[in-house]
Design a binder for this molecule. Structure first.
Ligand SMILES: [Zn+2]
Length: 352
C-alpha cells in the first residue's frame, strides 16, 4: 500500500536515468537450456545489480555489457574494461557542463582541477607523468557526453560459478554464501569508471607509458601530490587537491595500493577493511554489499550525475521521487553491516 501511494503521489519526472543493455555471454546463454532455474537466478541477479546503479546514477545513457557466469580462478568475479584515451582538457570541460555541475562535489572538483595537464608522481619509475590524456571507460565517456567510437560493448563482467552465491538480498545473505547481486554490482562499478592505471604500473613493474584513469586525477598521497605509485604509501580520494577528502573533512577515503607492490589489493578499489563502500576490494561470505556515499562521491567526481539520500548533495526536486522509490525497493542499499574480520575474504579480482 505504501509503495502504491508513493507511486500515485510521485509527479511525472523526467526519464533521465542510467540504463543497461545486458547481453548473455556464451556460458550463461548455454545455462538456459541446461539449468533454467539457475540461469534465471543469475540473469535476474545481474539485472538487479544493474538496477542498483540505475537507482542512483541519472545520466540518460545506455551502458551495454556482456554478462557471464562461468568457472574462473580464485576471484569471485572479474571485469574486462573497455576504454580509450580522452584529452584531459576535454575531460575537464565536460565535467563543467550539464546538471552534474550542480553538485557540491562537482563544484569543488572544478574549482580545484588544474587548467593545465596534471602531474602525477610515480616512484616505481622514479619519474613523474605529465599526461595530456585520461583513459576513460566507454561508459564513463557516455556519462561525460563524449561521443565514443563504435564499439561492441562497454564492458565484460563475469561472476565465478565456482562459488556459492545467495541470489536473494531480501532476507539477508546466507552464511557461507556470497552476495551475488552485490558482487555483480561491484564489477559493473568498474565498467562505469572505478578503476586505476596504478594496477598496470603495479603489474608491469617497469617504467612505461601509462595513461591515468579519470579516477587517478583524484588520487593523492599528500596535498598537491597526485600519486600513481604502486607501493605501500597511503593514497586517498580527494576533490580539493589533496587537502581533504570528498567530504571536505578529514582524509579517510583511502584507496587500495596495489596487488603486487602495495597492500595486496588492486589499486582500483577503496582500501579494504574500512567499510568504505561497494568498491572495497573484497567480499566476505554472509556480507551484503551496498553502494555507499563514498562510492557515489567518486562517480560524481568522474562525471556521473548522482542521487544521494542525504549529506553531501541536495538532490534536485525532480530526482526526489526516484530517491524515495529507490530507497524502498532496495532498503538495504545504504546501510552496510559491520564486516566480520575473521572470515575469509576473496578478492573480486579485475582484469583490466
Ligand atoms: Zn573490483
Amino acid at each position: 500500500v505504501t509503495v502504491l501511494l508513493l507511486l500515485a503521489l510521485a509527479p511525472v519526472r523526467s526519464t533521465s536515468a542510467l540504463t543497461f543493455n545486458l547481453t548473455n555471454g556464451a556460458e550463461l546463454a548455454a545455462l538456459k537450456s541446461t539449468n533454467l532455474t539457475l540461469y534465471t537466478q543469475v540473469r535476474t541477479g545481474f539485472e538487479s545489480a544493474a538496477a542498483m546503479w540505475s537507482s542512483v546514477l541519472t545520466n540518460n545513457v545506455t551502458v551495454s555489457l556482456t554478462i557471464n557466469y562461468r568457472a574462473l580462478g580464485t576471484s569471485l568475479a572479474q571485469t574486462s574494461l573497455e576504454s580509450s584515451p580522452v584529452s584531459y582538457t576535454t575531460f575537464r570541460s565536460k565535467l563543467s557542463l550539464g546538471k552534474d555541475a550542480d553538485s557540491l562535489i562537482d563544484q569543488t572538483v572544478l574549482a580545484n582541477l588544474p587548467t593545465s595537464n596534471p602531474t602525477y608522481t610515480v616512484r616505481n619509475s622514479g619519474a613523474t607523468i605529465n599526461s595530456s590524456m585520461v583513459n576513460a571507460t566507454y561508459a564513463n565517456q557516455k556519462a561525460l557526453g563524449i561521443a565514443t567510437s563504435p564499439i561492441l560493448q562497454d564492458g565484460f563482467v563475469t561472476v565465478n560459478s565456482n562459488y556459492s552465491f545467495d541470489f536473494n538480498r531480501s532476507d539477508g545473505i546466507t552464511t557461507n554464501r556470497y552476495d551475488f547481486i552485490g558482487v555483480a554490482a561491484h564489477e559493473i562499478g568498474h565498467t562505469l569508471g572505478f578503476c586505476s592505471c596504478v594496477d598496470a604500473i603495479d603489474a608491469m613493474k617497469t617504467s612505461g607509458s601509462f595513461t591515468p584513469r579519470p579516477m587517478d586525477v583524484f588520487r593523492f598521497s599528500s596535498a598537491n601530490t597526485r600519486d600513481l605509485s604502486a607501493d605501500g604509501v597511503g593514497k586517498y580520494f580527494s576533490v580539493n587537491g589533496g587537502i581533504g577528502d570528498a567530504n571536505g573533512g578529514d582524509i579517510d577515503m583511502w584507496f587500495s595500493t596495489g596487488d603486487q607492490r602495495g597492500d595486496g589489493n588492486e589499486a582500483g578499489h577503496f582500501k579494504d577493511q574500512l567499510g568504505l563502500g561497494i568498491m572495497d576490494p573484497t567480499a566476505a561470505p554472509g556480507e551484503m554489499l551496498s553502494i555507499s556515499e563514498n562510492d557515489l562521491a567518486m562517480f560524481d567526481a568522474i562525471g556521473w550525475n548522482v542521487v544521494r539520500p542525504s549529506g553531501l548533495v541536495v538532490p534536485e526536486p525532480s530526482a526526489l521521487p526516484l530517491l524515495v522509490l529507490g530507497g524502498i525497493l532496495s532498503a538495504g542499499c545504504w546501510f552496510r553491516p559491520s564486516r566480520g574480520r575473521s572470515v575469509r575474504k576473496v578478492p573480486t579480482e579485475d582484469r583490466v
